[in-house]
Design a protein around this ligand. Structure first.
Ligand code: SAM
Length: 272
């Protein structure tokens, strides 16, 4: 769904909510990340990003590094690079080996032209002023520096939206309940090239489609429940909807043997 109301935008970008509950630790982010274990084809995203940074030497900054999935892997694969992790949420940074620092994507504590590569992975949709964050990316990288962003398409995991609306409808006693919140809608794969294109003359989109197949409700329900920081945005009791979704999913899996979710996302490789 693409609910682009002001209330939706405010909830997705609210710093207190992001740092204080959504990303105050990595439980919910890890639940969302782990759903991809059941995806075919299975992409090694940190490996893909490391590969794209193949020609980059020197310093790389991972902005909105979260629980450090990309920061760690890059340090492992490219010990020659100096990799700095930045995030607005001190809680999530606590588990990431240094150097890391608390920082805001729209006001990077970095000198102009001071890094050779910058990552903004699955995070620009949380930034209130996306054009300003894109300007900051362009400012901090060297003239021939590389920037890699990533996000999901507006079509991503539509089956989960459908499941949520059916479950919410059952809880409310109506046919279809209110839509699920969409985190990536503000910077979807469809919108991202134009937003990045304001500062970067070359934006290559690498689409990474796939299908998640589960034979047990667990991973899908854990993914849905990982949106609990936004529970007040749903106009339906959150936990009751999660439990109804679990029951619906169990029925579907019993009937069809599996539940499939189509994923649609990608990375954007940018140069000035
Ligand atoms: C979905 S997680 C992605 C984490 C990591 N990049 C990954 O792909 O695994 C989004 C991260 O961006 C951080 N974030 C959100 N808004 C930010 C901002 N304005 N500046 C810096 N970090 C931000 C959040 O705290 C969170 O850790």
């Amino acid at each position: 769904m693409t609910d682009l109301s002001a209330a939706h935008d405010a909830a997705v970008t609210d710093r207190t909510r992001l740092a204080g509950s959504a990303y105050n630790g990595d439980r919910d982010l890890a639940a969302r990340q782990s759903l991809y274990r059941w995806q075919t084809p299975r992409y090694d995203l940190p490996g893909l990003v490391a590969e794209r940074l193949g020609d980059v030497r020197g310093r790389v900054v991972d902005i909105g590094c979260g629980n450090g999935t990309f920061t760690r892997r890059l340090r492992q694969e490219r010990p020659d690079l100096a990799v700095l992790g930045l995030d607005i949420a001190p809680g999530i940074l606590a588990g990431v080996p240094g150097p890391v620092a608390v920082a805001e994507a729209t006001r990077l504590p970095l000198a102009s032209g001071s890094v050779d590569g910058a990552l903004a992975l699955y995070m620009l949709y949380h930034v209130p002023d996306i054009p300003q964050a894109v300007k900051e990316l362009a400012r901090v990288v060297t003239r021939d520096g590389l920037v890699i962003a990533s996000t999901n398409s507006e079509r991503d995991k539509a089956e989960l939206d459908e499941l949520w609306q059916r479950a919410a409808g059952d809880v409310l006693g109506i046919e279809r309940g209110p839509a699920r919140i969409s985190l990536s809608a503000r910077f979807s794969l469809e919108k991202a090239p134009a937003l990045l294109g304001e500062e970067f003359s070359r934006v290559e989109v690498v689409e990474l489609p796939g299908t998640i197949t589960v034979h047990d409700p667990g991973p899908v329900i854990a993914h849905m429940a990982s949106y609990r920081a936004w529970a007040d945005q749903y106009d339906v009791p959150f936990d009751a909807t999660i439990e109804r979704a679990r029951a619906l999913l169990r029925e579907r899996i019993e009937r069809h043997g599996a539940f499939e979710v189509r994923c649609s996302g990608g990375i954007l490789v940018c140069r000035r």
